[in-house]
Design a protein around this ligand. Sequence first.
Ligand code: DON
Length: 306
Amino acid sequence: MHTSYSRIIENAFEEVKALPDAGELATYIPELANVDPSKLGMHMTCIDGNHFGIGDDLHKFSIQSIAKVLSLTLAYKIVGEPLWERVDVEPSGTKFDSLLLLESYKGIPRNPFINSGAIVICDILMTHLKDTKVEFLEFVRELSDLPKLNYSDKIADSEKRTGYRNVALCNFIKSFGNITNEPEEVLDFYFDMCSLEMTCQEVSRTFGFLANEGCKISDGTKIITKNKCKRINALMLTCGFYDESGEFAFRVGLPGKSGVGGGIVALYPKNYAMVVWSPKLNKHGNSYKGMELLEKVTTHSEMSIF
Ligand code: DON
């Protein structure tokens, strides 16, 4: 870790902490409304193994849609290029839970990070794995070096009781024939996948392989090929923030992925994975202070992919 990075992060953190938080908690998942909105944490894991954290970076939060990158990685690893016959690689320009484009594109979601695309990825995993929930969890445990990592029943149950939009999405896609398993079972896995709880430190370690050309930082294990790694990074840059993906690339200049728990992971390929958490969200469902903080770090360090 360059000492300059830690100083830049510390300064950016203090500046963002002092800002008024213009965001709102994600209350459509009732359990997420119980989170302390003042939390703010950040952790950076570099590919040389150094890491640096600040604030609430060791406090667990619900990673939500950040997990969609991990389910995509596993599905892409198993299926390879035919995966893209079931889900496209284009930015949607719509909200994360929109039904709008599914009608015109005949049940093929625009990309794997909007809810519809992530639900199709869950369906694909269920077709290829014997015990999907267990095998996906094992995959994330391996990536994170957290052998005891588990789904949160509390968060998953909360969303299972209220996730009518996702139920609609899954059934609508099924009507076009792009869901092969039972919608109820696909959604059950999808909600569990989104319920994982981790700290900023743990998420930054988990995503290290995507900053490290497909290989785990801790022991060098090859998770995916360099080419697949490049493509997943490209999707994060173009689609990771839904209808705010352009804005994120414009302000932060890194591939990344957000979740409605208020977490954001951003990757600087061949350098680091950086995770911020601040629960209040802007109107696009992305962490308000999280984006501010990431923008300050890449601007002050003058380091981004551009
Ligand atoms: O399906 C949902 O609505 C949530 N489980 C995940 C959405 C999400 O995290 C959107 N990201 N910013």
